[in-house]
Structures are given as C-alpha cells and as structure tokens.
Design a protein around this ligand. Sequence first.
Ligand SMILES: [Zn+2]
Length: 72
Amino acid sequence: MNYKCPVCKKEWPTSLQVARHIFGTGDKPHREWVGSKGYSYIDLLLEQVSAPGNKSYEIMSKLVEEEQDKIK
Ligand SMILES: [Zn+2]
C-alpha cells in the first residue's frame, strides 16, 4: 500500500517520502493542512533546517500516517 498526500493525493511508498514532498512543496494548501493538524509549517521547516536529526520529518510522517484512512 502506498501512502497518499492528504492534500494533493500523490502517492509514495513510504510516509517519510510524503513528508518530504509536503516540505518540498510548501504551497498554501499544504501549509494549511499542516496548520489544521495543530502544527506550524514554518516552525517545522525551520526546526528541520536548524536542528540535527529528522524530528520534523518524523512528526509529519506520523500526521500523514494518521490521515491515510480519511483520504478518499
Ligand atoms: Zn501533496
């Protein structure tokens, strides 16, 4: 089963790749979706570029995974 982007419905084999896509796209619909989940897109992005590790990607991956059964 592939993971779908909750916003544009593109698919990737892993949720981490979807997370990467969301950070890489960063247009208004994707930013607003992150906001609707209670996170600030900008804060996650800043943390990703300024802090070591992949914490922001991990948070985003989890949001993507939790959303999968809500995507039609
Ligand atoms: Zn997308």
